[in-house]
Design a protein around this ligand. Structure first.
Ligand code: TPP
Ligand code: MG
Length: 348
């Protein structure tokens, strides 16, 4: 059975401006460049090349007071979109003292101050529960403001419309945390959008060996929430579907589940040659690479000239080089960065 594409999720949003389209392209190019830099630095980096349309499209256009709980593959571009500093993110990947967690957490975690959830564990699925907690806190604030004991509301409070976007992998969708989180979110109509960054693999296992349904979005019916599959290599399709689901969450109508179908162009880790995948399969997905695809579309619709896009890519490459230099020159995180003084109190 294919997923029923609920109208709540597939309804078209207002058009993006030409400036938005260029920004989406710049962000995708930045994502690709910084991911390949991280993969070069660390053979155990989880490269996101090929998944940029899903990653950027899901998180573009959110409000600063929304919260994103990102998948571990490709979170840096999301942190940047929310206001993080690229050199500090590279510092994070390199275990430098300028890294946001100063060597104290998994390298792909991000700064909570920009409205993202931290990675509290490398255990897959736990991030869905943390995201659920954030959505619950938004819901709770809303209930408190509407309680008969609160002062009367003067129109809708903007904070009542905050939403959470939670992205995760297709393998992670089989964790118990996924089912518990979606069940509770559906029951209480929590303001959260679940986006499966479905790259068809969990390490070397292909999804047909662990997914008994055609798409992850088929599971939405089991929770009584809208579900939709989208072409995860088409940034506008992803953005449209997620924004429609976010609007629904803001209206207090509850969660949605979107399966964005994409492909991991590289291995699970940077050093993984991914030779367990048929070459023809990888080749067919390389033809659907979201970056050149969006580039062709921008040129076709007259939103950008090809040379403009080349210049944008050059600017992105220079930005990544400069940030990387700054991170490399920073001191390594050392014992002082462990911050024992922040977690232990000594009695003399
Ligand atoms: C609870 C748990 N089980 C297993 C692992 C080991 N593991 C790390 S990444 C990964 C694959 C996850 O696949 P998916 O969710 O599809 O994300 P992708 O790597 O494809 O982006 C697995 C099984 C883990 N980190 N946590
Ligand atoms: Mg996967």
């Amino acid at each position: 059975m294919g997923a029923v594409n609920s109208p709540e999720v597939t309804r078209t949003r207002p058009a993006l401006t030409p400036a938005d389209l260029l920004e989406l392209y710049r962000l995708m190019a930045l994502c690709r460049t910084l991911e390949s830099a991280c993969a070069e630095l660390n053979p155990r980096w989880f490269p996101a090349e090929g998944e940029e349309a899903t990653i950027v499209g899901s998180c573009y256009g959110l409000r600063p007071d929304d919260v994103v709980a990102p998948h571990y593959r490709g979170p840096f571009i999301i942190y940047l979109m929310r206001g993080a500093d690229l050199a500090r993110l590279f510092g994070q990947a390199l275990g430098k003292s300028i890294g946001y967690a100063r060597g104290r957490a998994v390298p792909f975690t991000g700064p909570v101050k920009v409205g993202v959830t931290p990675w509290v564990a490398g255990d897959l699925g736990t991030s869905l529960s943390v995201a659920l907690g954030v959505a619950l806190s938004f819901w709770y604030d809303r209930q408190m403001r509407r309680s008969p004991h609160s002062p009367p509301l003067d129109g809708t409070h903007p904070a009542d419309e905050r939403a959470v976007v939670c992205t995760f992998g297709d393998g992670t969708a089989n964790r118990g945390d996924f089912h518990e989180a979606l069940n509770m979110a559906a029951l209480w109509k929590l303001p959260i959008v679940y986006v499966c960054q479905n790259n068809r693999y969990a390490i070397s296992l292909e999804s047909r060996k662990y997914l008994p349904v055609a798409t992850v979005a088929d599971r939405a019916a089991g929770y009584g929430i809208p579900g939709a599959t989208v072409d995860g290599n088409d940034i506008l399709a992803v953005h449209d579907a997620v924004q429609a689901a976010v609007a629904r969450a803001r209206r207090g109508e509850g969660p949605s589940l979107i399966d964005a179908q994409t492909y991991r162009l590289r291995g699970h880790w940077a050093e993984d040659a991914a030779d367990y995948r048929p070459e023809a399969e990888a080749a067919s997905w390389r033809e659907r690479d979201p970056l050149p695809r969006f580039e062709r579309r921008l040129v076709e619709i007259g939103a950008a000239a090809a040379d403009n896009l080349v210049r944008l890519r050059e600017q992105v490459a220079a930005e990544v080089d400069a940030a990387l230099d700054r991170a490399r020159q920073a001191p390594d995180a050392g014992p002082a960065d462990l911050g024992l003084d922040e977690v232990l109190a000594w009695r003399g």
